[in-house]
Design a protein around this ligand. Structure first.
Ligand code: NAD
Length: 445
């Protein structure tokens, strides 16, 4: 059960709304999710950039049914703005787009999307890298500036791969669509031309067997529901004491429930048995706990419990599944991290350590899995409305909710969408990344 949103309800009231307007207080906008918004691309879509990459992206958006313009002054409003900066040679090259981009930003619709598409600095030429690096500052600042539920995100593609790579298409679809409603100010790196397009982009996980841990409630339940809608065959794991909820959910989604503690060695055998001979195509390591205390009062028990569930279980289950040869060739590992693991958080040394460990682990594991076409990535949620955050002290919770560019907490579904995105066969070029789902939380990157 999510906690009441005192500030959010106040600014929605007539008096609160008026006060917020006069005092310049943040007013959270409604963020359309997949059930509210059908179209993949909000039109008109303005594609700026002179490269052949920009032409290709404009053509692709036309194929997806968008009303595409190559100049901002051709249209009264802008649904999506794509800044294609894949051919930068010098920092001053960006200036050529500023006038048109500025005009487009001014016309951005509520819930609009800005996406930069650029190249990853690769160390070959410091001048070129300075220009490529500059794009990151541009997009992250745009994320802070745009209002009314609009977002800005970036796709950074390794220089040796074409913008037609399937993972670039996949990332464009994600950032343009309502699936990325609470992802803001993020830069996603694509470092390989691997991955395969699904037969049906609306059922991208059809035929894939995927394990979700901690699935009985909260974010895990939302992940299970989203993956089921995307066509996955599910194996759902949670503790014995969550058995009733887990069984009910598994029955509803046509998945298989496994009552097990992820810290126990025998859990892997139960997963393999539940897969019933099918390779496991993905594991979402979502089970997680908090045992908050200031470090001065941190007991060894609290420390160990959090590290065991949030981090060591991921290592042990992955190693055991690999030893048993139970994973599919283009396996997808998704670890749930947290923005606490990026920025740190008072009272959460144990939790932040476990989550920072998850991010480092997926980075290393991605290298190991690359040869077989497998990937490992993490999703780092910020403030999400769940039972976990409902237990926070009320003032801390109200403040934490507002401290991001979208001025609201995310929904479990927002994390689930990012997980589904990384699980797709089309995400083969995204490796070792941590994708934040935090509305561009003001702490950390
Ligand atoms: P939650 O407490 O609502 O749900 C966690 C689920 O994991 C529960 O069903 C629980 O029974 C299960 N679980 C716990 N220990 C387990 C174990 N040893 N074996 C099997 N299952 C176990 O939490 P949530 O808010 O839904 O969080 C899910 C994940 O997202 C966690 O990893 C959490 O750290 C992370 N996260 C949450 C937030 C947030 O704002 N809620 C923010 C950042 C990260």
């Amino acid at each position: 059960m999510a906690a009441p949103n005192l500030y959010g309800s106040f600014v929605k009231s007539p008096v609160g709304g008026l006060l917020a307007k006069q005092l310049g207080l943040p007013r959270p906008a409604h963020l359309p999710r997949r059930a509210d918004r059908d179209e993949l691309v909000l039109s008109p879509a303005v594609v700026l950039g002179d490269s052949t990459g920009a032409d290709d992206i404009a053509a692709r958006l036309l194929d997806w049914g968008a009303d595409v313009r190559r100049r901002a002054d051709d249209t009264g409003s802008v649904g999506s703005l794509l800044l294609v900066l894949d051919d930068l040679r010098r920092p001053e090259d960006i200036a050529g787009l500023i006038q048109q981009a500025r005009a487009a930003v001014k016309k951005l619709q509520p819930g609009g999307r800005i996406i930069t598409v650029s190249r990853t600095p690769d160390g070959a030429d410091p001048v070129v890298d300075s220009a490529r690096g500059a794009v990151e500052g541009l997009l992250r600042s745009l994320g802070h500036e745009v209002r009314r539920g609009a977002t800005a995100n970036g796709i950074q593609v390794a220089p040796e791969f074409p913008l037609s790579a399937v993972s670039v298409e996949h990332a464009l679809r994600f950032f343009l669509s309502a699936r990325s409603a609470f992802v803001d100010g993020q830069l996603l790196r694509i470092d390989a031309d691997t991955g395969t397009a699904p037969a049906d982009w609306n059922q991208p996980l059809a035929g894939r067997t995927i394990v979700v841990t901690g699935a009985a409630r909260g974010i895990g339940e939302a992940i299970a529901r989203t993956l089921a809608a995307d066509g996955a065959d599910l194996i759902l794991v949670d503790m014995m004491n969550a058995g009733t909820e887990l069984s009910r959910l598994a029955t509803e989604l046509g998945g298989r429930p496994v009552l097990a503690d992820v810290t126990q060695e025998r859990t892997t055998a139960a997963l393999i048995a539940a897969a019933d001979g099918s390779p496991i195509d993905g594991v979402v390591h979502n089970a997680g706990i908090t045992r908050d205390k200031l470090f001065a009062n941190m007991t060894q028990d609290r420390w160990e419990a959090v590290i065991a569930v949030n981090l060591r279980s991921q290592l042990a289950i992955t190693r055991a599944l690999r030893d048993e040869d139970a994973l599919g060739a283009d396996y997808r590992h998704v670890g749930i991290a947290s923005t606490s693991g990026i920025a740190g958080n008072r009272g959460q040394t144990n939790y932040a350590a476990s989550k920072a460990g998850v991010m480092a682990y997926v980075d290393a594991l991605a290298g190991d899995l690359a040869e077989s076409g497998g990937t490992a990535n993490a999703v780092a949620p910020g403030f999400i409305e769940t039972e976990m955050t409902a237990t926070m002290p009320v003032v801390t919770r109200e403040v934490a909710r507002l401290l991001n560019s979208l001025h609201q907490g995310g929904l479990p579904q927002d994390v689930a969408e990012a997980v589904a995105f990384l699980l797709s066969p089309a995400a083969g070029g995204i490796r070792g990344e941590t994708l934040r789902v935090c509305g561009q939380n003001l702490v950390g990157r």
